[in-house]
Design a protein around this ligand. Sequence first.
Ligand SMILES: [Zn+2]
Length: 142
Amino acid sequence: MKKKATTSESRWTKNLRLPQEVLRPVQGFLQAELHRLLAKEKALKKSDPFANPDRTLDNAADDTDAAEQFGHAQTEAIQKHIRMRIIQIRKALARVKIGKYGICERCGRFIDTRRLMMFPETTLGVECERELRAKKKSKAGA
Ligand SMILES: [Zn+2]
């Protein structure tokens, strides 16, 4: 019987899959984290002074309180960070579903387990992330 030639890539993707015993707790953790972040995002929206509908009533338009401005900028930065984490966790959960969790989305290699333990929502290996970050940086600097 002749063996069919397979490309190295398809051999990789066929064998690369984390066992259910590993995936299940990770999925549970990510889902819990997602719920926590969604609740936090909601709470932040409420606490943002700029989101308060009564605000225009007790504040003249050109007389914005500096502390309020600062609070808004800070809340916005935190909100942005939370939104990005939510997106990343959803992405990681989607990869659990299709059986690609723990595999770098860029190069298709296994992500270092220590890295996964530290950042369970990551979908990139450390080298690929470094490369992408460097690319972003050089783009931003241009
Ligand atoms: Zn990679």
